[in-house]
Design a protein around this ligand. Structure first.
Ligand SMILES: Cc1cc2nc3c(=O)[nH]c(=O)nc-3n(C[C@H](O)[C@H](O)[C@H](O)COP(=O)(O)OP(=O)(O)OC[C@H]3O[C@@H](n4cnc5c(N)ncnc54)[C@H](O)[C@@H]3O)c2cc1C
Length: 1059
């Protein structure tokens, strides 16, 4: 399948490129091998079915997985599960029915993914008429084989359908022998079934050739003496078969068919025109075929007097002025041929509609090879590399054409190509939009803000891909570049990026086969980065830094095209059978585009921060909004400017303006983001929390998360000390983060938007510090990516949990599992449907010393036995969707490898986890307080009571002053604790941490309370964030341990160290 079959818009009609297929080469290859073998003794060809005659279950599964967002490879893994005795093989031997198979298989997949998998829909797709269709190339081959008097057979592992018929979607008449595993009760690679097939054919093994896509099946056949062909791609396999048999298996011009009635053109008139054009007197009859593709600009193959030609014409009827511009195609190919670019040789443009009814042009048919599969099956690695290099070289050639010399200066507008393209494709997308696709919306905002400065204007092809190139049959040389319909003048880097699309798509991608799941090194194919480098080197350009932008744009464009096809499929305009399916992939492609946008943002920030070289990081950054000037920054004393990055380690940085330039820039970016995105979203987020849908995450939050990612405002929390290589986070010091965290704290929603909210931050830090690589891969990565959430379960209703040694939940060893029993409550976040991990604290050994009894286990939330009893409320607030749950753990079995650090280490972990985590709450509390004071000041200036504005009342002034002083005191203490943690470590900062824990929540409660008082009753309502701020400030006098416990710590340390 090719993407062109889906792109049927007037602008994007795929046209005549299939005219250049490779029958000549096939003949050549066939005869060469035949000679080499010295004659055929083969008398039958035996075909496997799935993967040879029809698409393989693996390929269908891959397509289905993409569409259903099931992790790639799940189905294949489940099909192979259990080997000979797995459900799939038993189904093939008819030992279980279709229903039984689906039951077992569904269970298997669900166990693998820990969620239910709709295997019925996969089975329906697998057996659907649309998918289970014989490859035309195989039909043609079978016809030729039988015409030569050889026998054909199917030897298939297949199954009974629920209607008791065996699944064999083939024309049985094509085969002399059909052997089906479900009928015989034997499956390949069992040798008996091959013998049975040979017996029915009446042949010896050496007299037959067997084609299968699976290695073990071929191996067994070869062991029996049958000649085998491994089928990766049906076309390549047919070529190999031709070589063995020594005769052609395909006749005619590939991808052509008799001309449709509605597409007929007057042959006599055409013949007369061609005779004049070619200067020939006598000819035989004119042979005319139509190419399968090209309904937009119908395209014909012509054979006349031994000349192979291609004619491409406008469609009949009234046309839009800019559409179907075949004159442009003719012009560019003619001009480029003069500049030495390999293009088909165009012969004439006939604009006289009286000849065949519409204008048309004629060119020579260019035989050669078109590689439809970008993984280039069947080639040597060095050959593959050479093919990609040749592709790169020809692109450089196109981009090096001297526009003036070939008269193409006016072929398009000079400059501003990308901005114009973005506008065009946004417009096209909007015109065909059928529902809101979040990634498209984000891209539509992001792309115009991140436009690159165009360095050069050259000819751009507009659809430069491997399967638009005709290659020499033997040499890695491009004979012709096809499909110039989208060509214009523009930014050449767009072509380079576009030619790498396949690198990022899976091989199963339904409309454009990709190679992202192939081992490129092994195949010899240059990775996209190398391809870009190669291009720059050949063009003599410096490396392209912002190619992620170009990739984002290229995928955006494809997504817009796919959406157009989809829309037309809904209105019945698109003729492609794949149109509907294609359109559904818009979302998938737009997500890919967005991934590149995020990567680009990350790159820009990394450069700005002049930190370490590009290591893998989950911390994403975006281009700064340099035009934005911060307003309303805090005005208190500042430390001298322009300290280099992270000099905050040296002196205490008490104001954001004294942060190092990159962090200061980050601070302002966050501030801008808060003002532009977060505060305006608060009313909607708040009403979601009060709605019936509140136990599901707000889509707006998810959208804001993506935007924060792209702005580089993501995972800021992990302290440099815990993540010195900045593998997982921004690598900020605690002091730097304190300023940013305070800013996030001014909104209840910002911490989650920036993936900096509790309890995930503490849990992520726990995993970074103590997790094994396997634990990190399973839990840390989805948390860092914001795809999952987590909770921490320690507190129990039966015991005073401020003393963690009281915890009673039991963790008992049983074989290779731990079994948990316990009753917990106040578990923040446990009700969130995204919550996948519970970090559980319980006792493994009640007899060990007091601080060695506890252990920490990672418990997947879908483990049976976790029973949520109810959501608790805080002053009546539910805090949905995460909530605070009361929950029972009843015989919850967790594999032993889910233990963190080891049995008895729970206390140690809890202490480590709560180091920076504790201070984060305090930083946010300062943010609550600042916002409350700001709201209060605005309110009292605008309200008049008893003849004067409230702000003139002495008590109000006193409250404002008191609040300002308390905030500043608390902030200094928070910054001091953070500074000490940076300089001397969490342990050394224990006293300071305890002090701020003691101070911050009650300070915030007082400041917010004063603001509420100044607001009047409105302050208690949900029209302002004050009531919620107050609630959480109050709750935080427990949530991280009661005030009294922190006071006790301060006193203990004071007495110990300061006599
Ligand atoms: C909003 C919210 C979210 C929470 N989220 C989580 C969570 O995600 N996971 C989790 O495990 N827990 C969570 N908790 C629970 C919280 O950690 C506990 O409430 C806290 O540790 C206190 O335990 P307790 O409620 O059992 O109080 P108790 O231990 O019963 O203490 C009751 C009171 O006794 C007094 N007291 C205790 N110790 C001393 C002392 N040394 N000196 C003097 N007085 C003392 C204090 O006044 C204290 O408030 C949350 C709580 C809240 C309010």
């Amino acid at each position: 399948m090719c993407v062109r079959s889906c792109f049927q818009s007037p602008r994007l009609q795929w046209v005549w490129r299939t005219a250049f297929l490779k029958h000549t080469q096939r003949r050549h290859q066939g005869s060469h091998r035949w000679t080499h073998l010295g004659g055929s003794t083969y008398r039958a060809v035996i075909f496997d079915m799935g993967g040879v005659l029809i698409p393989s279950p693996g390929r269908v599964a891959a397509e289905w997985e993409v569409q259903n967002r099931i992790p790639s490879g799940t189905i294949l893994k489940a099909l192979m599960e259990g080997g000979e005795n797995g459900p799939w093989m038993r189904f093939m031997r008819a030992e279980i029915t279709a229903e039984g198979f689906l039951r077992e298989f569904g269970r298997l997949c669900s166990e693998m993914l820990k969620t239910s998998v709709p295997v019925d829909s996969f089975f329906s797709l697998l057996t659907s008429e649309r998918v289970a269709k014989q490859f035309p190339v195989m039909t043609e081959a079978i016809t030729q084989i039988r015409a030569k008097g050889l026998q054909t057979a199917v030897l298939s592992n297949n199954f009974y359908l629920p209607n008791q018929k065996s699944f064999l979607p083939l024309d049985r008449k094509q085969f002399d022998v059909i052997v089906e595993s479900c009928m015989e009760g034997i499956c390949k690679p069992d040798p008996r079934i091959y013998k049975l097939c040979l017996e029915r054919l009446g042949l010896q093994p050496s007299e037959s050739i067997f084609l299968d896509d699976l290695g073990p099946n071929l191996k067994e056949a070869a062991r029996l003496g049958i000649h085998t062909i491994k089928v990766n791609d049906p076309e390549t396999a047919v070529k190999e078969l031709e070589a063995l048999l020594g005769f052609t298996l395909r006749v005619g011009v590939p991808s052509t068919r008799p001309v449709k009635k509605t597409m007929e053109i007057p042959k006599d008139s055409l013949q007369k025109y061609l005779k004049d054009l070619l200067g020939i007197q006598t000819t035989g009859p004119l042979e005319l075929l139509q190419f399968d593709h090209g309904q937009s600009n119908p395209t014909y193959y012509i054979r006349l007097a031994n000349r192979d030609l291609v004619l491409r014409k406008k469609p009949p009827g009234t046309l839009l002025p800019s559409a179907h511009a075949i004159e442009r195609e003719f012009r560019i190919m003619k001009a480029l041929a003069n500049a030495g670019v390999p293009v088909p040789n165009v012969l004439d443009l006939c604009e006289d509609s009286s000849v065949i009814g519409t204008p048309f042009y004629v060119m020579e048919y260019c035989p050669g090879l078109i590689y439809k599969d970008p993984s280039l099956p069947g080639l040597e690695p060095s050959h593959r590399r050479a093919i990609y290099t040749a592709m790169n070289t020809v692109l450089c050639k196109i981009h090096s054409v001297d526009l003036q010399a070939v008269g193409l200066e006016d072929y398009g507008k000079q400059g501003d190509y990308i901005p114009r393209q973005v506008r065009t494709w946004v417009k096209q997308y909007r015109a065909s939009e059928t529902s809101t696709i979040p990634a498209m919306e984000r891209l539509i905002e992001w792309l115009p803000l991140h436009l690159p400065r165009q360095q050069r204007t050259t000819v751009v092809h507009g659809d430069f891909r491997l399967d638009n190139l005709v290659f020499h049959p033997e040499e890695p040389e491009v004979l012709a570049v096809l499909d110039w319909e989208l060509s214009t003048l523009g930014d050449p880097l767009a072509d380079v990026a576009y030619s790498c699309l396949a690198h990022y798509l899976p091989s199963s991608f339904p409309v454009l086969r990709g190679i992202n799941d192939c081992d490129l090194t092994q195949l010899g194919i240059p990775a996209a980065e190398e391809y870009f480098r190669m291009y720059c080197l050949q063009m003599g350009l410096p490396p392209t830094e912002n190619w992620n932008f170009y990739m984002a744009f290229s995928f955006f464009r494809v997504a817009a095209i796919l959406q157009g096809v989809y829309k037309r499929s809904l209105t019945g305009q698109a003729s492609s059978t794949y149109a509907e399916q294609t359109g559904k992939l818009t979302e998938f492609v737009s997500n890919l585009a967005w991934d590149f946008a995020v990567k680009e943002g990350f790159r820009v920030f990394k450069e700005m921060a002049f930190t370490n070289p590009l290591t893998r990081s989950y911390h994403m950054w975006a281009r700064p909004q340099s035009q934005w000037c911060p307003t309303g920054s805090r005005s208190y004393s500042s430390v001298p400017e322009a300290s280099p990055a992270h000099t905050s380690r040296g002196g205490l940085v008490i104001s954001p303006e004294s942060l190092s330039p990159p962090v200061r820039e980050l601070y302002h970016r966050l501030k801008h983001f808060m003002e532009q995105r977060v505060y305006p979203a608060e009313p909607e987020l708040q009403s979601h929390q009060a709605s019936a849908a509140r136990w599901s995450p707000s889509p707006l939050i998810e959208d804001l998360k993506e935007k924060a990612k792209a702005e580089g405002l993501w995972n800021l929390f992990l302290p440099l000390e815990a993540d010195p290589e900045k593998k997982y986070g921004a690598g900020l010091t605690n002091v730097e983060y304190a300023h940013l965290c305070e800013l996030m704290g001014t909104s209840l929603y910002a911490p989650e938007v920036c993936n900096c909210s509790a309890p995930d931050t503490g849990n992520m830090e726990l995993l970074v510090r103590y997790g094994t690589e396997v634990q990190k891969a399973r839990w840390l990565i989805p948390l860092l990516e914001g795809k999952a959430r987590s909770c921490f379960a320690m507190t129990e209703p039966q015991v005073a949990s401020s003393d963690a040694t009281n915890i009673e939940a039991s963790i008992r060893e049983e074989d290779s599992f731990y079994v948990i029993n316990g009753h917990k409550w106040w578990i923040t976040g446990i009700l969130d449907p995204r919550c996948q991990l519970c970090v559980f604290m319980g006792k493994t050994d009640p007899h060990a010393p007091r601080h060695r009894q506890q252990s920490v286990l990672l418990v997947p939330m879908d483990t049976p036995g976790i029973k949520i009893i109810r959501p608790l409320t805080v002053y009546g607030l539910e805090d949905a969707p995460g909530g605070h749950g009361e929950v029972r753990f009843e015989h919850v079995r967790v594999p032993k490898e889910n233990m963190v650090l080891g049995p008895g280490r729970g206390f140690e972990i809890a202490q480590g986890r709560l180091g920076p985590g504790r201070i984060h709450h305090c930083m946010r509390l300062i943010g609550f307080s600042e916002r409350a004071l700001a709201l209060m000041k605005a309110r009292v200036k605008s309200r008049v009571a008893f003849g004067k504005p409230l702000v003139e009342q002495g008590t109000v002034l006193a409250d404002i002053a008191q609040s300002r002083v308390e905030i500043e005191q608390a902030r200094l203490l928070v910054l001091r604790a953070a500074h000490l943690m940076d300089l001397a470590g969490n342990k050394a900062a224990a006293l300071d941490i305890a002090m701020i824990k003691m101070v911050a929540p009650s300070m915030a409660s007082r400041v917010i309370d004063r603001a509420i008082q100044a607001f009047g009753a409105a302050g208690l309502s949900s029209d302002y964030p004050l009531a919620q701020f107050f609630t959480w400030a109050r709750a935080l006098r427990f949530a991280d341990g009661p005030d009294e416990v922190h006071r006790a710590t301060v006193a203990k340390l004071e007495l110990k160290h300061r006599i």
